[in-house]
Design a protein around this ligand. Structure first.
Ligand code: G3P
Ligand code: CA
Length: 267
Protein backbone atom coordinates (compact mmCIF):
# COMPACT_ATOMS: atom_id res chain seq x y z
CA UNK A 1 0.00 0.00 0.00
CA UNK A 2 1.31 3.47 -0.82
CA UNK A 3 0.17 6.84 0.48
CA UNK A 4 -0.73 9.66 -1.91
CA UNK A 5 -2.67 12.85 -1.52
CA UNK A 6 -6.22 11.53 -1.35
CA UNK A 7 -5.53 8.35 0.63
CA UNK A 8 -3.98 4.92 0.32
CA UNK A 9 -4.03 2.84 -2.82
CA UNK A 10 -3.30 -0.76 -3.58
CA UNK A 11 0.29 -1.48 -4.58
CA UNK A 12 0.58 -3.68 -7.68
CA UNK A 13 2.24 -7.06 -7.28
CA UNK A 14 6.03 -6.79 -7.47
CA UNK A 15 7.27 -6.39 -11.01
CA UNK A 16 3.94 -5.25 -12.46
CA UNK A 17 3.88 -1.81 -14.07
CA UNK A 18 0.38 -1.11 -12.75
CA UNK A 19 -2.37 -2.49 -10.57
CA UNK A 20 -4.58 -5.13 -12.23
CA UNK A 21 -8.21 -4.64 -11.19
CA UNK A 22 -10.78 -7.36 -11.92
CA UNK A 23 -13.82 -5.69 -13.48
CA UNK A 24 -16.99 -7.14 -11.87
CA UNK A 25 -14.65 -10.00 -10.79
CA UNK A 26 -13.11 -12.31 -13.39
CA UNK A 27 -16.22 -11.53 -15.43
CA UNK A 28 -14.79 -12.75 -18.74
CA UNK A 29 -14.96 -16.29 -17.42
CA UNK A 30 -17.45 -16.30 -14.54
CA UNK A 31 -20.84 -14.63 -14.06
CA UNK A 32 -20.18 -10.97 -13.24
CA UNK A 33 -20.55 -9.64 -9.70
CA UNK A 34 -20.85 -13.12 -8.15
CA UNK A 35 -18.71 -14.54 -5.38
CA UNK A 36 -17.53 -17.09 -7.96
CA UNK A 37 -16.18 -14.29 -10.18
CA UNK A 38 -14.44 -12.50 -7.31
CA UNK A 39 -12.88 -15.64 -5.84
CA UNK A 40 -11.62 -16.53 -9.27
CA UNK A 41 -10.10 -13.07 -9.75
CA UNK A 42 -8.27 -13.38 -6.43
CA UNK A 43 -6.98 -16.85 -7.39
CA UNK A 44 -5.83 -15.47 -10.74
CA UNK A 45 -3.67 -12.87 -9.01
CA UNK A 46 -5.67 -9.65 -9.46
CA UNK A 47 -4.37 -6.86 -7.22
CA UNK A 48 -7.86 -5.42 -6.75
CA UNK A 49 -11.53 -5.98 -7.52
CA UNK A 50 -14.13 -3.64 -9.05
CA UNK A 51 -17.88 -3.67 -8.38
CA UNK A 52 -20.95 -1.59 -9.16
CA UNK A 53 -23.40 -0.92 -6.36
CA UNK A 54 -27.14 -0.24 -6.34
CA UNK A 55 -29.59 0.17 -3.48
CA UNK A 56 -32.47 -2.30 -3.09
CA UNK A 57 -36.01 -1.29 -2.13
CA UNK A 58 -35.24 -2.23 1.49
CA UNK A 59 -31.94 -0.34 1.68
CA UNK A 60 -29.22 -2.93 0.96
CA UNK A 61 -26.29 -2.22 -1.33
CA UNK A 62 -25.95 -5.01 -3.87
CA UNK A 63 -23.41 -5.55 -6.64
CA UNK A 64 -25.38 -5.28 -9.89
CA UNK A 65 -24.37 -3.29 -12.97
CA UNK A 66 -27.65 -2.76 -14.86
CA UNK A 67 -30.63 -0.84 -13.54
CA UNK A 68 -32.66 -4.03 -14.01
CA UNK A 69 -31.81 -7.64 -13.18
CA UNK A 70 -33.11 -9.01 -16.51
CA UNK A 71 -29.74 -9.52 -18.26
CA UNK A 72 -27.81 -11.16 -15.44
CA UNK A 73 -30.44 -13.23 -13.63
CA UNK A 74 -33.51 -15.36 -14.22
CA UNK A 75 -35.71 -12.59 -12.80
CA UNK A 76 -37.14 -9.30 -13.99
CA UNK A 77 -37.41 -5.80 -12.58
CA UNK A 78 -35.43 -2.83 -11.33
CA UNK A 79 -32.99 -3.48 -8.49
CA UNK A 80 -34.29 -0.36 -6.74
CA UNK A 81 -37.83 -1.81 -6.67
CA UNK A 82 -36.87 -5.28 -5.38
CA UNK A 83 -36.10 -6.31 -1.81
CA UNK A 84 -32.96 -8.23 -0.92
CA UNK A 85 -34.94 -11.41 -0.18
CA UNK A 86 -36.48 -11.25 -3.68
CA UNK A 87 -33.05 -10.79 -5.26
CA UNK A 88 -31.65 -13.63 -3.17
CA UNK A 89 -34.20 -16.00 -4.70
CA UNK A 90 -32.82 -15.33 -8.22
CA UNK A 91 -30.08 -17.18 -10.07
CA UNK A 92 -27.31 -14.78 -11.14
CA UNK A 93 -25.11 -17.55 -12.56
CA UNK A 94 -26.84 -19.56 -15.26
CA UNK A 95 -27.15 -16.74 -17.84
CA UNK A 96 -23.40 -16.90 -18.40
CA UNK A 97 -23.19 -19.63 -21.02
CA UNK A 98 -20.12 -21.83 -20.79
CA UNK A 99 -19.13 -20.61 -17.36
CA UNK A 100 -17.68 -23.57 -15.47
CA UNK A 101 -18.55 -21.87 -12.19
CA UNK A 102 -22.16 -21.40 -13.22
CA UNK A 103 -22.43 -25.03 -14.29
CA UNK A 104 -20.77 -26.35 -11.16
CA UNK A 105 -22.64 -24.22 -8.68
CA UNK A 106 -26.20 -23.53 -9.79
CA UNK A 107 -28.16 -21.38 -7.41
CA UNK A 108 -25.60 -21.59 -4.58
CA UNK A 109 -24.08 -18.74 -2.63
CA UNK A 110 -21.37 -18.42 -5.25
CA UNK A 111 -23.84 -17.39 -7.94
CA UNK A 112 -26.55 -15.59 -5.98
CA UNK A 113 -26.88 -11.84 -5.59
CA UNK A 114 -23.85 -10.41 -3.81
CA UNK A 115 -24.20 -7.70 -1.20
CA UNK A 116 -21.41 -5.13 -0.92
CA UNK A 117 -21.06 -6.15 2.70
CA UNK A 118 -20.34 -9.76 1.73
CA UNK A 119 -17.79 -8.61 -0.85
CA UNK A 120 -16.06 -6.43 1.74
CA UNK A 121 -15.95 -9.44 4.05
CA UNK A 122 -14.33 -11.52 1.30
CA UNK A 123 -11.69 -8.85 0.73
CA UNK A 124 -11.07 -8.45 4.47
CA UNK A 125 -10.58 -12.21 4.89
CA UNK A 126 -8.28 -12.75 1.91
CA UNK A 127 -4.83 -13.62 3.25
CA UNK A 128 -3.08 -11.13 0.93
CA UNK A 129 -3.94 -7.44 0.45
CA UNK A 130 -6.64 -6.99 -2.18
CA UNK A 131 -8.01 -3.55 -3.11
CA UNK A 132 -11.66 -2.79 -3.88
CA UNK A 133 -12.96 -0.11 -6.25
CA UNK A 134 -16.65 0.51 -5.57
CA UNK A 135 -18.63 2.27 -8.31
CA UNK A 136 -21.85 4.06 -7.41
CA UNK A 137 -24.43 3.90 -10.20
CA UNK A 138 -26.55 6.97 -10.94
CA UNK A 139 -29.15 8.10 -11.70
CA UNK A 140 -31.29 6.02 -9.37
CA UNK A 141 -34.55 6.72 -7.54
CA UNK A 142 -32.63 6.46 -4.24
CA UNK A 143 -30.23 9.32 -5.14
CA UNK A 144 -28.12 10.33 -2.09
CA UNK A 145 -29.31 7.39 -0.02
CA UNK A 146 -26.84 5.24 -1.96
CA UNK A 147 -23.92 7.22 -0.53
CA UNK A 148 -25.53 7.31 2.94
CA UNK A 149 -25.55 3.51 3.05
CA UNK A 150 -22.13 3.31 1.48
CA UNK A 151 -20.66 5.62 4.12
CA UNK A 152 -21.82 3.27 6.87
CA UNK A 153 -19.79 0.47 5.28
CA UNK A 154 -16.79 2.66 4.47
CA UNK A 155 -16.60 3.66 8.14
CA UNK A 156 -16.92 0.05 9.25
CA UNK A 157 -14.16 -1.10 6.88
CA UNK A 158 -12.02 2.00 7.31
CA UNK A 159 -8.90 -0.05 8.07
CA UNK A 160 -9.10 -1.96 4.79
CA UNK A 161 -6.27 -0.79 2.52
CA UNK A 162 -6.94 -0.14 -1.15
CA UNK A 163 -10.60 0.88 -0.82
CA UNK A 164 -11.80 3.62 -3.20
CA UNK A 165 -15.04 4.88 -4.68
CA UNK A 166 -15.59 5.59 -8.38
CA UNK A 167 -18.43 7.22 -10.26
CA UNK A 168 -19.45 9.00 -13.42
CA UNK A 169 -21.35 11.29 -11.06
CA UNK A 170 -19.19 14.08 -9.56
CA UNK A 171 -22.04 14.75 -7.12
CA UNK A 172 -21.83 11.19 -5.79
CA UNK A 173 -18.06 11.53 -5.23
CA UNK A 174 -18.62 14.82 -3.45
CA UNK A 175 -21.04 13.15 -1.03
CA UNK A 176 -18.54 10.35 -0.36
CA UNK A 177 -15.71 12.81 0.26
CA UNK A 178 -17.85 14.84 2.63
CA UNK A 179 -18.59 11.76 4.76
CA UNK A 180 -15.37 9.76 4.31
CA UNK A 181 -12.56 12.13 3.36
CA UNK A 182 -9.93 9.37 3.83
CA UNK A 183 -11.34 7.37 0.88
CA UNK A 184 -9.76 8.15 -2.51
CA UNK A 185 -12.27 8.91 -5.25
CA UNK A 186 -12.09 8.28 -8.99
CA UNK A 187 -13.96 10.28 -11.62
CA UNK A 188 -14.97 8.03 -14.52
CA UNK A 189 -14.93 9.47 -18.03
CA UNK A 190 -16.48 7.96 -21.17
CA UNK A 191 -15.07 10.85 -23.17
CA UNK A 192 -12.50 13.51 -22.39
CA UNK A 193 -14.40 16.78 -22.12
CA UNK A 194 -12.47 19.93 -23.07
CA UNK A 195 -12.52 21.13 -19.45
CA UNK A 196 -10.59 18.02 -18.33
CA UNK A 197 -8.00 17.91 -21.12
CA UNK A 198 -5.41 19.69 -18.97
CA UNK A 199 -5.60 16.84 -16.42
CA UNK A 200 -7.89 18.65 -13.99
CA UNK A 201 -10.64 16.77 -12.15
CA UNK A 202 -13.63 17.77 -10.01
CA UNK A 203 -12.48 19.28 -6.66
CA UNK A 204 -11.00 16.74 -4.24
CA UNK A 205 -10.92 13.84 -6.72
CA UNK A 206 -7.49 12.16 -6.87
CA UNK A 207 -7.96 9.52 -9.58
CA UNK A 208 -8.88 9.95 -13.25
CA UNK A 209 -10.85 7.02 -14.68
CA UNK A 210 -10.85 7.32 -18.48
CA UNK A 211 -12.13 4.70 -20.91
CA UNK A 212 -9.19 3.17 -22.80
CA UNK A 213 -10.42 4.79 -26.02
CA UNK A 214 -9.61 8.18 -24.45
CA UNK A 215 -5.96 7.13 -24.26
CA UNK A 216 -5.87 6.13 -27.94
CA UNK A 217 -7.20 9.52 -28.99
CA UNK A 218 -5.42 11.58 -26.28
CA UNK A 219 -2.24 9.68 -25.29
CA UNK A 220 -0.83 12.86 -23.74
CA UNK A 221 -3.64 12.80 -21.17
CA UNK A 222 -1.86 10.39 -18.78
CA UNK A 223 1.18 12.67 -18.38
CA UNK A 224 -1.11 15.68 -17.94
CA UNK A 225 -3.14 13.97 -15.22
CA UNK A 226 0.08 12.90 -13.48
CA UNK A 227 1.43 16.44 -13.68
CA UNK A 228 -1.80 17.62 -12.06
CA UNK A 229 -1.06 15.17 -9.19
CA UNK A 230 -3.65 12.53 -10.12
CA UNK A 231 -3.43 8.80 -10.65
CA UNK A 232 -4.92 7.23 -13.79
CA UNK A 233 -7.10 4.09 -13.67
CA UNK A 234 -8.19 2.93 -17.13
CA UNK A 235 -11.14 0.73 -18.13
CA UNK A 236 -11.95 -1.69 -19.70
CA UNK A 237 -8.61 -3.06 -20.78
CA UNK A 238 -8.97 -6.60 -22.18
CA UNK A 239 -7.07 -6.55 -25.47
CA UNK A 240 -3.27 -7.04 -25.68
CA UNK A 241 -2.88 -3.81 -27.71
CA UNK A 242 -4.73 -1.86 -25.03
CA UNK A 243 -2.57 -3.40 -22.29
CA UNK A 244 0.54 -2.48 -24.29
CA UNK A 245 -0.67 1.11 -24.64
CA UNK A 246 -1.27 1.35 -20.89
CA UNK A 247 2.25 0.06 -20.18
CA UNK A 248 3.71 2.59 -22.63
CA UNK A 249 1.81 5.52 -21.16
CA UNK A 250 2.56 4.58 -17.55
CA UNK A 251 -0.98 4.36 -16.15
CA UNK A 252 -1.48 3.39 -12.50
CA UNK A 253 -4.20 0.73 -12.83
CA UNK A 254 -6.07 -1.14 -15.52
CA UNK A 255 -9.55 -2.47 -14.93
CA UNK A 256 -10.15 -5.67 -16.90
CA UNK A 257 -12.69 -8.46 -17.37
CA UNK A 258 -9.76 -10.82 -17.98
CA UNK A 259 -7.31 -10.46 -15.08
CA UNK A 260 -5.57 -13.77 -15.79
CA UNK A 261 -4.82 -12.80 -19.41
CA UNK A 262 -3.57 -9.34 -18.44
CA UNK A 263 -1.41 -10.76 -15.61
CA UNK A 264 0.05 -13.31 -18.06
CA UNK A 265 0.82 -10.59 -20.60
CA UNK A 266 2.64 -8.59 -17.93
CA UNK A 267 4.80 -11.57 -16.88
O1 G3P B 1 -14.45 0.49 -13.96
C1 G3P B 1 -15.20 1.46 -14.57
C2 G3P B 1 -16.21 0.86 -15.44
O2 G3P B 1 -16.75 -0.24 -14.81
C3 G3P B 1 -17.30 1.83 -15.81
O3 G3P B 1 -18.23 1.31 -16.71
O4 G3P B 1 -20.42 0.44 -17.30
O5 G3P B 1 -18.60 -1.15 -16.78
O6 G3P B 1 -19.64 0.19 -14.97
P1 G3P B 1 -19.28 0.15 -16.42
CA1 CA C 1 -18.37 -0.48 -13.13
Amino acid sequence: MTEHAGGSVQRPRRGRPFEVVAHRGASGEAPEHTLAAYRRAIEEGADSLECDVRLTADGHLVCVHDRRVDRTSDGRGAVSALELAELAALDFGSWKAGSPDAARLPGGELTSVLTLERLLELVAHTPRPVGLAIETKHPTRWAGQVEERLLVLLRRYRELPGLRVMSFSARSLERVRAGAPWVPTAYLMQWLLPRHRDGSLPPGVSIAGPHVRVLWSHPEYVARAHRAGHRVHVWTVDEPDDVELCVRLGVDAVITNRPSRVCAQLE
